[in-house]
Ligand binder design. Structure first.
Ligand code: ADP
Length: 639
């Protein structure tokens, strides 16, 4: 309380003295008294009293004008008015003028002291309020700064993910570090793995020459310490090791740059003038910025790697001799390589266009349109006569890819070979018939001894074998060349019966049981009766040939929907699984048959060609030692 200074303004000198000496000073207040308003105003500014007690009117200020002036100039300085007029209107005027209390003359000292006590308490409340307001303002300021920092960080975050140019990103990060910390300079140092030195990758406010030439050994530098320990470093005026940078600074912060737990460099800011400080808050921001820089560096590395892979892939794609076409689910072209462009003679802007607009080849379009979910390999004969082997693969999330391999020359070779074989076979047939004829004649020309007869028999068997080989080859040539173009309504069940009947003798001789299960209806198939009978005959012939005595061969035909299904089953030796894929290849014979088993290896090729020519399907199921089943499916003619 003793600190409280009260300014008393009273023109009557006697009252002034009494107030001070008899009332206020004994109560422990310091008092300063003046007789006029002007002096009072001067002292208010100078002495900063805690309270003013003023009489009204004063010689130079009447009508509460002094109260109003004080109120204007020092709104938080309480004023008590002493006056003789104690009317209600006057008291109201006093309060409206801004005074905190009113004491009417005459008064008891206690009355005045009570008013003084209240006024000072009020002043204290005001002070606290003002203090609180100041604190709120300070908090608001720091909040604003924080928001600004966060905004900047968020902005940089967005930039970092959007920018592809690493230099630009790193410069942005260093700029932000300098701006947010209020430092003078900033640098981003990266570790050169080869030399173990740090070099300046980006900087702010450093001399360009200096930053280009900048090299720092990790071993004995502050930045190097950050790289080795992974911990940030902060230096200010009070820190002792400031000489450990290559240039003199007064304060600095270095934080590590980490990519997947591996430290690749440091981000730093510093001040060369003495009066700026850096604090823990700056470290937090620098950490965030360093993380952004690390992300950008990692992105750049990933991007670089993916760019290399992409260009390798592009080179492979353009260099490959095979055509590659990739389309999206709507059949718009996503990618086509040089070979693809050349194969279909397309030109102009192709990417993004619909396949129908780009390609003029109905069969290719048909292949793309099917968009089956399974990949497949097939031959595609295009309108100009070329043949492609195509591999169509659905690609999840992309569409489908078609790889085209031009096999026209292979096709031509195969055709030339077949023609050659057919010609040779044809030319062989006549001399073979002649040989056979003369062999028959030898016996009639005179008697032969047993050995001669045996030799002739061997010649006959061999000529028979060659004849059947030649016949098979000629058949195959004709079938493959599509010369058997007879398409008539053929009762397949009737044909099967003929084929079975002609081989019943063989079954009986070999003691193989022949079981037959045929439907009553004839089941009509559109096709070539001679070839269809040959197909059934070959399958049955094989079954009887390979099934040992005591075995069972069974022929079944059934109609299922618009298809007829033929099955030839046997209880023979079966076919090794490894051989099964090649069974229908020309001259192929399975590895488990006896060496002297007669046969040409052409029977099943003929069967397959006949089935293919009739748009049917054939497959084999076989178990070693158990038996084999061949199944043929052909379309039935609608009745
Ligand atoms: P081949 O003239 O040798 O019989 P095929 O083309 O008719 O020629 O048959 C090819 C090969 O398939 C045969 O050599 C044989 O190994 C095997 N094969 C065909 N049918 C059967 C069957 N029913 N049981 C076991 N193996 C068979």
């Amino acid at each position: 309380m003793s600190n409280n200074l009260i300014l008393v303004v009273e023109d009557d000198e006697e009252i002034r003295a009494r107030l001070a000496e008899n009332v206020l000073i004994p109560a422990g207040y310091a008092v300063r008294s003046v007789g006029d308003g002007n002096s009072a105003l001067a002292l208010v500014g100078e002495l900063r009293p805690q309270l003013v007690i003023t009489a009204d009117p004063l010689p130079d200020y009447n009508d509460l004008k002094l109260v109003q002036r004080i109120q204007r100039e020092q709104p938080h300085l309480p004023v008590i008015v002493i006056a003789e007029d104690s009317s209600q209107e006057y008291v109201l005027k006093v309060l409206r003028a801004g005074a905190v209390d009113f004491v009417s003359v005459p008064f008891e000292p206690e009355q005045l002291l009570a008013a003084v006590g209240r006024a000072l308490a009020l002043r204290q409340d005001w002070q606290q309020l003002i203090q609180a307001q100041v604190e709120v303002k300070v908090n608001a300021d720091s909040l604003e700064r924080r928001i600004h920092e966060l905004e900047t960080l968020a902005l940089i975050g967005r930039k970092v993910t959007a920018m592809l140019d690493l230099d630009e990103v790193l410069t942005t990060v260093v700029d932000a570090a300098v701006r947010l910390s209020g430092a003078e300079e900033g640098s981003l140092l990266l570790l050169d793995e080869d030399t173990g030195e740090l070099y300046m990758r980006a900087s702010k406010n450093f001399d360009e020459e200096f930053s280009t030439a900048f090299r720092l050994r990790t071993r004995d530098s502050l930045a190097g310490q950050v790289v080795t320990t992974g911990k940030p470093v902060i230096l200010d005026e009070r820190a002792p090791q400031k000489i450990k940078t290559s240039y003199l600074v007064h304060s600095l912060i270095y934080v590590p740059l980490k990519v997947r737990g591996h430290i690749i460099g440091v981000l730093g800011v510093d001040n060369r003038t003495a009066d700026r400080y850096l604090n823990q808050e700056d470290i937090t921001i620098m950490h965030a910025l360093a993380d952004y820089a690390a992300i950008a560096i990692e992105n750049a590395q990933l991007y670089e790697r993916s760019e290399i892979e992409r260009s390798q892939f592009e080179t492979i794609l353009t260099q490959t001799e095979n055509g590659v076409i990739v389309v999206d689910p709507e059949n718009r072209v996503l990618l086509i390589n040089r070979a693809g462009v050349e194969a279909f003679n397309v030109s102009g802007d192709i990417i993004g266009k619909s396949a129908v607009e780009v390609f003029d080849e109905p069969k290719l379009l048909e292949l793309l349109r099917r968009a089956e979910t399974l990949s497949n390999v097939e031959e595609l004969e295009v309108s100009d006569g070329r043949t492609f082997s195509t591999q169509r693969t659905p690609v999840a999330g992309v569409g489908q890819a078609v790889i085209l391999h031009d096999i026209t020359h292979l096709k031509n070779l195969a055709r030339i070979k077949s023609e050659f074989v057919t010609t040779v076979s044809h030319d062989l047939r006549s001399p073979l018939t002649a040989i056979l004829g003369y062999v028959e004649l030898i016996e009639r020309a005179g008697s032969l001894n047993d050995q001669q007869r045996d030799f002739i028999q061997r010649v006959r068997i061999s000529v028979d074998r060659i004849t059947s080989l030649v016949t098979d080859l000629l058949d195959l040539g004709r079938i493959e060349a599509g010369l058997d173009i007879a398409r008539e309504n053929t009762p397949i069940v009737v044909l099967a019966r003929y084929a079975i009947d002609s081989l019943r003798g063989v079954a009986e001789n070999k003691a193989v049981t022949l079981e037959v299960e045929l439907p009553d209806e004839p089941l009509i198939v559109l096709g070539d009766p001679v070839r269809l009978r040959q197909m059934i005959g070959n399958l049955l012939d094989n079954a009887l040939k390979y099934t040992p005595s005591g075995g069972v061969v069974r022929v079944e035909i059934e109609a299922e929907g618009d298809q007829m299904i033929l099955r030839v089953r046997d209880t023979g030796p079966g076919i090794p699984p490894a051989d099964q894929p090649y069974l229908f290849d020309k001259f192929f014979r399975a590895s488990n048959i006896e060496v002297d088993m007669p046969g040409t290896g052409l029977g099943l090729s003929i069967v397959k060609s006949i089935v293919d020519n009739h748009d049917g399907r054939i497959w084999v199921e076989s178990k070693l030692g158990k038996g084999t089943t061949f199944t043929v499916v052909l379309a039935l003619v609608e009745s």
